[in-house]
Structure formats: structure tokens, C-alpha cells
Design a protein around this ligand. Structure first.
Ligand code: ACO
Length: 401
């Protein structure tokens, strides 16, 4: 391994930190995580309190503006978001250009990126007012886009937003309602869904948020930046884990087969990992997983479902947590371990799971993007590298190689 900079007498120093395990890429006042103690705070408020007592709109306002809104401010914010839920009519044609079996995340990458070609009046990032409108548009339109991706996949007509409903109720209706019938929102499902959105709203400098910041640091418009975030979130090591976790639980199928999968996860020659286990930062427990587990119990009780997948999940958690491999490596269930069980019970197909994560995380992406643009220390993100290639050599003519 030769560091070619030395050959040229370079003296600049930088750290080599693959995966950014110990490098802060920015400063931020939005979210605090203590991975050793399993603490997650948004603007200082513990995630379990927010999940229990607040609403997704309240958390969105908190993340964006820094303080919990009073009643008036919350009503105004909720109203503003509801005024932006509609999509430009021509965007419906984008959906129709995709194959029916396209993954919703593929559709969302395309449609969200395309928003920048429809909303020119909110792409000038130097204008705070335009940044605000773009933020509201993104938060408001994501449920409409996610619901349309679902409707398209099952061949049903798109439903326009009903802004008399809550943010989450509106999303449920656009997803599960049909034009000819009245859709009554089940308040328990609405609450559970809202809580899932809260639990996914922000998580400081994770891969997709860092992607949004890096894309935004070049001055790219916010719709393009969020499309980049969606692409990053899609991966199974990140947002795609909720889909992968439920698929894994289904594949295990019965508690008797758990030891076989635990053995595979421990086998260094087998690339298999227990999906929904482990986290880059949480080395004690993921505080979101606890709330998610309780919510799974509530939803299944309300819907009167006894899902064998939940039994497998609970047993797997117990066995893994008492296994020395998982204990030593500090691998605990993460937020995605139980979310799939709930979303499945509500009626979402697995392909939609990551799309729902993207919907909720849009709030965090937008808040972090705004914070970055407003930061006077903000510079274009330009990581360095440790060069490991050839040293300088002379070109050889093709006939002489
Ligand atoms: N199953 C089995 N072994 C695991 C798992 C797992 N789920 N996760 C980590 N390990 C092992 C690794 O093999 C490695 O072992 P080694 O030290 O003997 O080589 C050790 O634990 C450390 O793993 P790393 O991959 O180095 O840890 P990192 O912090 O880079 O990765 C990650 C974190 C990506 C979340 C990882 O734990 C993983 O792949 N988990 C499964 C996917 C998942 O659930 N992702 C969701 C994350 S949460 C979110 O995005 C909302």
C-alpha cells in the first residue's frame, strides 16, 4: 500500500475512518443519541415521551422549528401541511410509466426527484421562504406519493387527499380506501401508525440523512436531495431492514427453527445476518424498539390477530439476547425488528415498509437539510481518501502492452 501523496511531498493530514465510526460530519442541534445508554432525544425530549404523548405533526414541527408548538402554532402548521398534500396532476403520469411490479422505493426515488421539475418556485435554496415552502411540500406530499405507489401496484384508482382528516388518517384512507366507499379511520390503527412515523422521524447522521446533507451541500435543490436520501434508505442495512426482518421471520416460520438461524448468524462463512438486530450506535438497546414492541402487541390485540410471526419474533429476541455471541457483540433488536409485524397486521405488503420509513424520515431529512443550509460554517462536503492505487508510471502504447 503506497500513499501517493507522500511521493509528492504532501504534508496535509487527515483521518482514515471507514464508515465514519468516529468522525462528526457536522454540528447539529436536532437529535441526540447516547448509544451506550440507549438514549434518543429530539430537541431534548425523550423519544418514549414523544411517542406516547405527542403526534407526528407535533414532532415534525419540533424537529423543524426547535420547540414544541403551542396549540395555535400546531394548528397553523398542520393546516399549512394539509394545504400541500395534493400532487400536480401530471405527476400521476409518472406512476403510470412504471411497471406494476416496480418496488415502491423505485417509484418514490423517481417521483420525488421529479417534484423539482414541477415546483420551480421552491428550488432557490438561498431564499428562506422558498426553503420553507419546499419543506412543507415534501412533508405533505410524501403520504400522497407513497399511497399512490401502493394503489398503482394493486391496480386501484388513486384517491385524492381528504384534508379534513389527520395527516396519518389521510394517508390510511388514500392507501386503503376505495372511491366508491366511505373509509372510516380506525383510531387505534391511526395512533399506531402515527407512533411508527414518530419513531422513524429522525436519527441524527445516519446514512440517508448524511446523503441528504452531502447532496444538499453542493446547493442541489431539496427535492433532488430527498430523492438521494430515499435511494440510500432503500438498502437492507438501513431502511430496507424492516422488509428484510419480516421476510426473515416468515422464512423461520416456527420457533423450532430459531436455533438453526442463530447458528447461521454466528457462522463467519455464512453472510446471513439476523435482520433487525444490531445498530451502529446503540450498543445497549434501541429505545425505539421497546415502544415498537408494545405497539405491536396493541395493534394485534385491537385487530384480534394472533400472528405466529410475532411469536417467532418474541422467541428469537429472547434466545438471541441470552446467547453469548449477541451479548458480546452488543447486538439488540433495532427499531425495524417489530415494525414489520405491525405494518403487516395493518395490511401493508412488505414492499411498502421501507416506503413508510421514507415518508416519516422525510421530516428529519428536511429539518437536517434546513439546519445545514442555515449554518454559516456550512461547506460543500468533500471527503478525502487514502489512495491505494499505482504510483506514477508512463503511458504504454496499446500495441506494446
Ligand atoms: N447478525 C449477526 N451478526 C451481526 C449482526 C447481525 N444482525 N450485526 C452485526 N453482526 C456482527 C458482525 O458480523 C460483526 O462481527 P465481527 O466483529 O465478528 O466481524 C460485528 O457484529 C459488528 O458488525 P458490523 O457490521 O461491523 O457493525 P456495524 O455497526 O457496521 O453495522 C448494522 C450495523 C449495519 C446495523 C448491522 O448490525 C446489520 O447489518 N444489522 C442487520 C441489518 C439491520 O437490521 N439494519 C437496520 C439498522 S437500523 C436502521 O437503519 C433504522
Amino acid at each position: 500500500v503506497v500513499d501517493i501523496r507522500k511521493l509528492y511531498g504532501a504534508t496535509d493530514m487527515f483521518t482514515y475512518d471507514p464508515g465514519f465510526t468516529s468522525t462528526a460530519s457536522c454540528r447539529s442541534a436536532i437529535t441526540y443519541i447516547d448509544g451506550e445508554q440507549g438514549i434518543l432525544l429530539h430537541r431534548g425530549y425523550p423519544i418514549d415521551q414523544l411517542a406516547e404523548k405527542s403526534t407526528f405533526m407535533e414532532v415534525a414541527s419540533l424537529l423543524l422549528h426547535g420547540e414544541l408548538p403551542n396549540k395555535d402554532a400546531l394548528d397553523r402548521f398542520t393546516y399549512t401541511i394539509s394545504r400541500h398534500t395534493m400532487l400536480h396532476e401530471q405527476l400521476a403520469m409518472f406512476f403510470r410509466g412504471f411497471r406494476r411490479d416496480a418496488h415502491p422505493m423505485a417509484i418514490m426515488c423517481g417521483v420525488v426527484g421529479a417534484l423539482s421539475s414541477f415546483y420551480h418556485d421552491s428550488t432557490d435554496i438561498t431564499d428562506p421562504k422558498q426553503r420553507e415552502i419546499a419543506s412543507h411540500r415534501l412533508i405533505a406530499k410524501m403520504p400522497t406519493i407513497a399511497a399512490m405507489a401502493y394503489k398503482y401496484s394493486i391496480g386501484q384508482p388513486f384517491l385524492y387527499p381528504d384534508n379534513s382528516l389527520s395527516y396519518t388518517g389521510n394517508f390510511l384512507r388514500m392507501t386503503f380506501g376505495v372511491p366508491a366507499e366511505e373509509y372510516v379511520v380506525n383510531p387505534i390503527i391511526e395512533k399506531a401508525m402515527d407512533r411508527i412515523f414518530i419513531l422513524h422521524a429522525d436519527h441524527e447522521q445516519n446514512a440517508s440523512t448524511s446523503t441528504v446533507r452531502l447532496a444538499g451541500s453542493s446547493g442541489a435543490n431539496p427535492f433532488a436531495c430527498i430523492a438521494a436520501g430515499i435511494a440510500c434508505l432503500w438498502g437492507p442495512a438501513h431502511g430496507g431492514a424492516n422488509e428484510a426482518a419480516l421476510n426473515m421471520l416468515r422464512e423461520i416460520g416456527h420457533v423450532d427453527r430459531i436455533p438453526e438461524y442463530i447458528a447461521r448468524a454466528k457462522d463467519k462463512d455464512d453472510p446471513f445476518r439476523l435482520m433487525g438486530f444490531g445498530h451502529r450506535v446503540y450498543k445497549n438497546f434501541d429505545p425505539r424498539a421497546k415502544v415498537m414492541k408494545e405497539t405491536a402487541d396493541e395493534v394485534l390485540r385491537e385487530l384480534n390477530i394472533s400472528d405466529p410471526v410475532l411469536d417467532v419474533a418474541k422467541e428469537l429476541e429472547q434466545i438471541a439476547l441470552s446467547d453469548s455471541y449477541f451479548v458480546e457483540k452488543k447486538l439488540y433488536p433495532n427499531v425495524d425488528f417489530y415494525s414489520g409485524v405491525i405494518l403487516n397486521a395493518i395490511g401493508f405488503p412488505t414492499e411498502m415498509f421501507t416506503a413508510l420509513f421514507a415518508l416519516a424520515r422525510t421530516v428529519g431529512w428536511v429539518a437536517q437539510w434546513n439546519e445545514m443550509i442555515a449554518d454559516p460554517e456550512q461547506k460543500i462536503g468533500r471527503p478525502r481518501q487514502l489512495y491505494t492505487g499505482a504510483t506514477q508510471r508512463d503511458y504504454v502504447d496499446v500495441g506494446s502492452r
